[in-house]
Write a protein that binds this ligand. Structure first.
Ligand SMILES: Nc1ncnc2c1ncn2[C@@H]1O[C@H](COP(=O)(O)OP(=O)(O)OP(=O)(O)O)[C@@H](O)[C@H]1O
Length: 557
């Protein structure tokens, strides 16, 4: 990665570090647009009339009988940031996998970089030599290897004599890149021991290493979703710096404010076909963009908080509250809090402030040394030796943020994933693939509009957002007494986000106590009754509804 020498960008860097949120970033971009980014299509950093940096035309892709891309064209100009948008399952990742050579397109596809056609089938190992770097949703890191090895993989330099790899040198390069990104990550740490945000940082660091400033194309498929909020402004600045010098950037993101703040133009897919091709984002509002994506008005989520607590208090059999007492882990330091049945308590804070760890401590999903007690009515449970199975027996279910690593059984189909936690209890009553399983699948499809509604499709063949819905549905159908969620709306489109918030609110209305760990201020403001802000492992502020997203962000900063 390189630092941007332009003074305006340096200024932006200082501003955004003070106020790390997208709104201020977008506002900063607005005020400086006239000088560069907004006129990117005609100004000096985009050569108008020249060949696109990347051109994909007539790209179709069929799986079995399902045509998921239909004659798609995408053109990305030198020096622009281009948003590739669409609902969950609209075909964005498939298009990027075609570009990277992971999927072969149907016949007739044309793919060019700087006017030169890429020979098909595309060799995944060869695309970086053509200046193309892709970060997939799955991040593509190698478990069991260090941060240095992962960052330098693909860029390792052999010494002239002996042809050995000088690991001291490679480590220094990795340290340099991490420092450029202001990422405090130990280069010798195993990738497996990093949290998801740190892993995303490593994947992005690796991609940025192979970009030669002024050329190439960097494609980010939902890569920012797990980056810590405080590094985002710096990261956006880096992208803008790269684009300003001529590198093209394609971003796939469901965060519309992010897209509007960063992208010069957008291409929108709906059901595998292009509905907007290279449309300028100049003067485009979030509402217009979501209409373009959904093909309809967005029905926003609203929660009637009074109705929720009234219904929950009618659930007579449950003790009124769940009490977490003196919970301690690696980053959480003696936290105590109470959640009433029917209540949704949000927890938020900066990275490593503790809110990201608490869900795992109380759901038995942490390997850290831990202590504290969970009390419900007369029953008290120590978290020191709590396992996931114990937690489930006690009615505590966790929706983790690491969908593939911790949330889903990736080798199984959708219906097995949905019903896995309850299958042992049910298996005595008939064959595994019972009508019960199918009925559960149908409930999940109805609740969260999972597409395609195919119970036997491998869960990994679902789009990222639909995998997220399957994960959430699995635990909602379990009807836990304490529902613990960590970033449940990651990777979902604007419509699905509303569906997910509805489903969580319905769980609370049904009597569940809900603990929601998230950095999404908008989600927290819409759904929570209370929000607890963490700092250095402790709760330092408590906010009560109604909230404004900006108020939540300033409470964290
Ligand atoms: N290997 C596969 N086999 C069968 N179907 C697949 C496969 N990969 C993707 N699909 C289907 O292709 C469609 C498009 O999926 P894709 O992952 O490209 O969507 P997306 O726009 O990236 O969605 P998201 O925003 O949720 O990540 C989905 O219906 C998905 O189920």
């Amino acid at each position: 990665m390189t630092s941007d020498p332009c003074t305006r960008c340096s200024g932006a860097r200082a501003d955004t570090r003070q106020s790390p949120n997208l709104r201020s970033f977008a506002a900063e971009r607005e005020t400086s647009m006239s000088s560069d980014i907004q006129h990117v299509i005609t100004a000096d950093n985009v050569s108008s009339g020249t060949a696109p940096r990347l051109r994909m035309a007539h790209v179709s892709k069929t799986f079995g009988r399902n045509k998921v891309l239909d004659d798609v064209t995408l053109e990305i100009l030198p020096g622009e940031v281009h948003g590739l948008l669409g609902q969950n399952g609209s075909g964005k990742s498939t298009l990027i996998k075609v570009l990277s050579g992971l999927y072969s397109p149907d016949s007739g596809a044309e793919i060019e970089i700087d006017g030169v056609e890429l020979p098909q089938p595309i060799n995944p190992a060869g695309i970086s030599q053509r200046g193309l770097t892709i970060i997939h949703q799955s991040l593509g890191l190698i478990p069991g290897h260090s941060v240095t090895e992962n960052i330098r993989m693909g860029s390792l330099e052999r010494r002239r004599f002996g042809r050995f790899i000088d690991w001291k040198y490679e480590r220094a390069r990795a340290v340099e890149t991490l420092a450029d990104m202001q990422a405090d990550i130990d280069p010798d740490q195993l990738i497996d021991t990093l949290h998801i945000g740190q892993r995303a940082t490593v994947a992005i660091a690796r991609a940025l290493q192979v970009i030669v400033p002024g050329s190439g194309c960097l494609v980010l498929d939902e890569s920012t979703q797990s980056l810590p909020r405080e590094v985002l402004p710096e990261f956006y600045d880096t992208l803008r710096g790269l684009a300003k010098r001529g590198t093209s950037i394609a971003i796939v993101s469901h965060r519309l404010e992010e897209v509007l703040a960063l992208a010069d133009r957008v291409t929108v897919l709906r059901d595998g076909a292009v509905t907007a091709a290279g449309v300028s984002t100049k003067e485009m509002s979030e509402a217009q963009l979501s209409r373009q994506i959904l093909g309809r008005e967005l029905i926003s989520f609203t929660r009637d908080r009074s109705e929720s607590s009234a219904e929950a208090s009618a659930t007579e059999t449950l003790p009124e509250t769940i009490n977490l007492t003196d919970i301690t882990g690696a980053t959480v330091r003696g936290v105590s809090l109470t959640i009433a049945h029917g209540e949704i308590v949000g927890i938020t804070g900066a990275t490593e402030a503790g809110q990201d760890e608490l869900p795992y401590l109380i759901a038995g999903a942490s390997t850290e040394r831990r202590s504290g007690t969970i009390t419900r009515g007369k029953s008290a449970r120590s978290v020191a030796d709590l396992t996931v199975a114990d937690a489930l027996d006690s009615g505590i279910a966790l929706v983790p943020s690491d969908r593939a690593g911790q949330g889903l059984a990736v080798e199984l189909d959708a219906v097995s994933n949905l019903t896995l936690p309850r299958i042992t209890k049910r298996s005595g009553r008939g064959p595994l693939r019972s009508s019960w399983q199918r009925a559960e699948f149908e409930r999940a499809v109805e609740m969260l509009r999972i597409t395609p509604p195919d119970p036997e499709q491998l869960v990994t063949s679902y789009s990222g957002g639909n995998q997220q819905k399957i994960l959430l549905a699995k635990w909602l159908l379990h009807e836990p007494q304490l529902l613990v969620l960590h970033e449940p709306t990651q990777a979902v489109d604007v419509g699905a986000r509303a569906d997910i918030l509805h489903a969580i609110a319905a769980a609370a209305r049904g009597g569940a106590a809900v603990l929601l760990a998230s950095i999404e201020a908008q989600d927290l403001s819409l759904i929570c009754d209370r929000i607890l802000v963490f700092e250095a492992g402790r709760i330092v502020r408590e906010l009560h509804a109604p909230f404004a997203p900006d108020g939540i962000l300033s409470a964290v900063e």
